[in-house]
Design a protein around this ligand. Structure first.
Ligand code: ZN
Length: 373
């Protein structure tokens, strides 16, 4: 296992949850406090950064905190250390603890907050509720001698080409004849200089998302036996897998709204939920959106959700939901804390794959300000 630093850890984090996935304008994501140019051995993963969480980070010896809610959400006009926020930053800096925030990019990322919530609610075959990002796709078609086709297909798949939904290594192959004449100065893999050569070739086609296009091309050129491989890259109209906020899926078996409310309480570990709807109605299709999902009641209704699970529901929005016949379960905003264990596990696995020596600790501090009496 290798020693690592803040830059490396965040690079790894952003390979999974890149900033480009942010679903709101000027989302204040990235490094908020301190710097990343230092060795990092322990990272605390938290929903919010408050005084108690910083004490937890100090006690555990963490050099870095990864938080879902950005500690500097609105621009600071002063940095006075006689205010609670100023004091917090003072403590972080004095203890050389950096804070990195991943907000809506982590909501959207695969395996991020919304996927974790959908998993916690045991939703099956869930999909994105509010698409916010889809990546441009290309088709790579490359011509290769029959005997070298396997190694080429393997290299393309290893670089990430040919991923369609829950399938990888997807490709299509057609047989044909390649013709070429090597000119003076060439060192042909097959055929003689100056002679027209006919080679049994196949055309291998794979889909390639824009973000890995150069990586895939490099892999193709490295594994291709020819000096001058022939290939086409064609932009596709078909979108890549869409990514976005919220998820919608089915419960393993239908239940009453009342039973579902209990299921939410147990699965998301909350003492109470607010419910809009008929407690005796049968529900099976569930939409869930972490945090404040007021904006998306109509999206959830159009998507055919029997219930929409989201936090911070306003009184009037709850009335609107009732009016359009959408049932609501509001477990509060704090259920996003599922990200603590989810992100810590994901990052621990990514580090293990890269043989980086770093421990990710899910914060044990509840940052829920509400209590039920
Ligand atoms: Zn939130």
């Amino acid at each position: 296992m290798k020693k690592t630093n803040g830059q490396e850890i965040i690079q790894l984090f952003e390979s999974w949850s890149p900033k480009k996935l942010a679903a709101m304008d000027n989302d204040p994501i990235g490094l908020h406090v301190g710097n990343l140019n230092k060795p990092v051995t322990k990272v605390l993963v938290t929903l919010d950064v408050n005084d108690v969480v910083v004490d937890e980070a100090i006690a555990a010896g963490c050099e870095l905190i990864i938080a879902h809610h950005p500690p500097i959400f609105r621009k600071l006009s002063t940095l006075r250390t006689d205010t609670p926020q100023g004091k917090l930053f003072e403590k972080l800096i004095k203890n050389d603890i950096a804070v990195y925030a991943a907000h809506t990019n982590l909501d959207v990322a695969e395996g991020g907050v919304n996927d974790l919530l959908a998993e916690a609610l045991c939703l099956q075959n869930y999909e994105v509720l509010v698409p916010t990002y889809s990546e441009e796709m290309f088709k790579l078609a490359v011509f290769v001698p029959v005997d070298q086709a396997d190694q080429l297909r393997e290299a393309l798949a290893k670089a990430g080409a040919g991923q369609i939904g829950n399938y990888d290594s997807c490709s299509y192959t057609m047989q044909g004849e390649g013709r070429f004449r090597a000119l003076a100065g060439a060192t042909p893999f097959t055929g003689e200089v100056g002679e027209l050569h006919v080679e049994q070739e196949v055309k291998v086609e794979v889909v390639v998302p824009k973000s890995i296009k150069s990586k895939v091309l490099r892999a193709m050129l490295n594994s291709h036996p020819y000096e001058e491989p022939a290939y086409d890259i064609i932009p596709l109209e078909t979108a890549a897998k869409e990514m976005g906020l919220g998820r919608i899926g089915k419960l393993p078996s239908s239940m009453s709204l009342k039973q579902f409310a209990e299921h939410v309480k147990v699965s998301l570990q909350v003492p109470a939920v607010r419910v809009v709807g008929d407690l005796t109605s049968t529900v099976s299709k569930i939409a869930v959106l972490g945090g404040d999902g007021n904006k998306y009641i109509h999206t959830a209704k159009r998507a055919g959700a029997d219930v929409y699970v989201t936090g911070d529901m306003y009184f009037h929005v709850a009335q609107d939901a009732e009016a359009i016949g959408l049932q609501i379960v509001d477990p509060g905003h704090h259920v996003e804390s599922v990200m603590k264990v989810g992100v810590a596990n994901k990052m621990q696995n990514l580090c293990q794959l890269q043989k980086l020596n770093c421990e990710f600790i899910p914060s044990k501090i509840s940052t829920e300000p509400f209590q039920f009496v």
